[in-house]
Design a protein around this ligand. Structure first.
Ligand code: NAD
Length: 371
């Protein structure tokens, strides 16, 4: 049986896993089962041309096995692109635990997972993702040193929200330069969807830059914070955000928000936000282009958090992380240039940049074999 993924990016059948690996270029998929704790986990390593694979651990109550594999494959491929576009010597990987993070997560289960990570001898380094906090990684760390994203008191670099928002802000400035001819956001209207950890910080940068901010969230608590601290922000209902009159739409909530239903409603000239996998399907990049809306590829603009997180491996230096994140501005302008010259979408242009880098390095070296 072959089941189609919602995103149509991956189709998994137990028969077709090798075909998928060949198609999307995955090097390795490791299935882990631990009798004592009942742990069921998948570690997907997409490409280690640039270096060891690093990626978050997601714990989620998936409905079926195929969804677990799809998520691991999809997310690990995305990580390869993120590292490559930001010029890091790391490869893409992702781990997924099949289970309910609210009721099934415990120290023993996470330690069992850590044991599996250790068997890969550094070919895969694990961080946090949905369902897994920095504190959870402390349990994983008991069994393996191949962990990144620990709490500050355990040598980690702490919250990445501010630097992620700073990167998105740089992305907006570059996009404004491309579309409006100036990178000043003063007086520009920005519609922010999601006022969580990143969205709140982005509002701060935007208000400092004297932009006019319209925002929404589904949680009253997030709205209260913004109302109290930034009274100049215009709060609207969640379903009004797509059709509101604005210059830039900034999705900072969940993925898949730009789709057949929402794209026709947009009145903006630019989309630039922190959320991962903003486009429901790849074809939606073309749809935005046809509507004359410039799309800042998500994995390029939301790289600030990853940059700060990697500081943990390299020895964290705040100035270095800020400078590196500020480069998102130039990277985006380069992507926009390629997109215009080649008459392709900005997503294709970003992917092209990544694939070129991987090809060059592949000619010099091969896979990362661990220590
Ligand atoms: P968060 O959970 O703190 O905030 C998300 C906010 O979005 C919440 O306040 C939630 O209520 C709101 N929301 C959810 N659905 C909504 C809807 N339909 N309309 C309006 N608001 C809605 O998450 P975060 O850390 O701020 O991350 C935001 C996005 O950025 C996520 O997609 C995340 O994957 C991505 N991202 C975050 C980082 C980081 O450093 N935190 C780095 C890279 C990418």
């Amino acid at each position: 049986m072959v089941r189609k993924n919602k995103s149509k990016s991956f189709e998994v059948s137990m028969k077709g896993i090798f075909e998928l690996m060949k198609k999307y270029g995955h090097e390795q998929i490791v299935f882990n089962y631990d009798k004592a704790t009942g742990l069921k986990a998948v570690i997907a390593i997409h490409d280690t041309t640039l270096g060891p694979a690093i990626g978050g651990l997601r714990m989620w109550k998936y409905n079926e096995e195929q969804e677990v594999i799809e998520d691991a494959l999809h997310l690990s491929q995305g990580m390869t692109y993120k590292y490559a576009v930001h010029g890091f010597p790391y490869g893409g990987g992702k781990a997924v635990i099949w289970g309910d993070p609210y009721t099934e997560k415990n120290d023993e289960l996470l330690q069992a997972f850590g044991t599996f990570v250790e068997t890969l001898k550094g070919r895969f380094v694990v961080g946090t993702d949905v369902g897994i906090s920095s504190t959870d990684l402390v349990s994983v760390r008991k069994q393996t040193k191949y962990v990144v994203g620990l709490p500050e008191e355990f040598g980690g670099v702490g919250s990445t929200a501010v630097i992620t928002a700073f990167g998105v802000y740089q992305g907006m400035k570059a996009s404004a330069k491309e579309v409006f001819g100036s990178d000043s956001l003063k007086g520009k209207t920005i519609a922010v969807q999601g006022l969580g950890k990143v969205g709140k910080e982005l509002v701060h940068f935007l208000c400092q830059g004297e932009a006019k901010v319209i925002a929404t969230d589904i949680f009253a608590e997030s709205l209260t914070f913004v109302r109290e601290n930034y009274p100049q922000v215009d709060i609207i209902e969640p379903d009004e955000i797509y059709s509101v009159d604005c210059d830039i739409f900034s999705p900072c909530a969940l993925g898949g928000v730009l789709n057949d239903e929402t794209i026709p409603q947009l009145k903006c000239k630019v989309v630039c936000g922190a959320a991962n996998n903003v486009l429901k399907e790849m074809r939606h990049a073309e749809m935005l282009k046809e509507r004359g809306i410039l799309y800042a590829p998500d994995y390029v603009v939301n790289g600030g958090g990853l940059i700060q997180g990697l500081g943990e491996l390299e020895g964290y230096n705040q100035d270095w992380a800020i400078n590196k994140t500020a480069q998102i501005y130039d990277t985006l302008l380069r992507i926009y240039q390629i997109s215009k010259e080649e008459k392709i979408t900005t997503v294709e242009a970003a992917n092209r940049l990544v694939e070129k880098r991987l090809q060059i390095i592949q000619q010099i070296k091969s896979k990362y074999l661990g220590k």
